[in-house]
Design a protein around this ligand. Structure first.
Ligand SMILES: [Zn+2]
Length: 275
């Protein structure tokens, strides 16, 4: 954690909470007056789980639900504030985004196509997760004063969707994510590399003001967003063009010390360079 968290547009509240599951810290990052991101940090894990909350008075729409015990802490805090979750959107069905789903009570659940295809149903309780509305590319609706629209952005997962709020705040799930220390993570190429690149290009073309991520603090400002996206595209294209021995540094636009989760490079090589 470093001191430059307190930018002009971002106000942080850091709340330390201990519970029976071990040390979990939680903070809340305000994106606007009624869009905020809860982040939970579990001891021993190097990344935050993000819960993006869009408020309409005391009603809330939540994007992603992390893990159960952490999601329960987020819910406790929402309850304390008199806020009631009504809808929940999943950026994609990986376990670190869905396992806390039932902490938010009986809410309407929205997710992209192919959600069940990619959902690992071996986790206790996950079989009860029922998607009430399938979100397709171009779908849109209002929540309070906000206009939400959805883009199909596969690459990390087959069913990944990007939620666009008021045409300028983009929730991109794990297409882009950061470490606890705000380093851009090596991407996890969970699905298809050309889809991944195309999805990043579409996001860039949308000229977002802020990128809200699956993990870590948002990226603010067009220039920073473009830089991050270009670095990811560079990595993917070089990995794609290289041999199965290509090193992480050979795939990167700048020094590897500027990136987090280097071990994902090995995972990506195994997945995409088996031949
Ligand atoms: Zn994730």
């Amino acid at each position: 954690m470093n001191g430059n968290f307190l930018s002009k547009l971002t106000f942080l509240v850091i709340v330390g909470i201990s519970n029976i599951f071990g040390n979990i810290e939680m903070k809340n990052v305000k994106v606007t007056d009624d869009i905020e991101i809860y982040m939970t940090f579990k001891e021993g894990r190097k990344y935050a789980c993000n819960y993006t909350v869009i408020l309409n008075g005391n009603d809330a729409l939540i994007i992603d639900s992390g893990y159960k015990e952490e999601a329960s802490l987020v819910m406790e805090d929402l309850k304390r504030r008199g806020i009631r979750p009504l809808k929940q959107i999943f950026s994609h069905p990986h376990e670190d985004h869905v396992r806390g789903y039932d902490a938010f009570g009986d809410v309407e659940i929205l997710a992209g196509e192919f959600f069940y295809e990619e959902l690992d149903t071996s986790y206790a309780g996950i079989e009860k997760l029922e998607v009430n509305q399938v979100l397709k590319d171009g779908d849109h609706f209002s929540f309070g004063e906000h206009e939400l629209s959805f883009m199909y952005t596969p690459g990390h997962a087959k069913c990944s969707i990007t939620t666009i709020i008021d045409k300028k705040y983009f929730h991109v799930g794990d297409l882009v994510f950061r470490t606890e220390d705000r380093l851009l993570s090596i991407p996890y190429l969970g699905e298809n590399n050309s889809n991944y690149v195309r999805s990043l290009e579409i996001i860039k073309e949308g000229k977002p003001d802020k990128l809200m991520l699956g993990h870590g603090d948002p990226i603010e400002g067009n220039e920073k967003i473009n830089t991050a996206i270009d670095k990811l595209i560079y990595y993917i294209q070089n990995l794609e063009a290289g041999t199965k021995e290509i090193t992480l540094q050979e795939c990167l636009k700048d020094d590897a010390s500027n990136y987090g989760f280097h071990s994902l490079h090995e995972v990506n090589l195994k997945k995409h360079k088996t031949k």
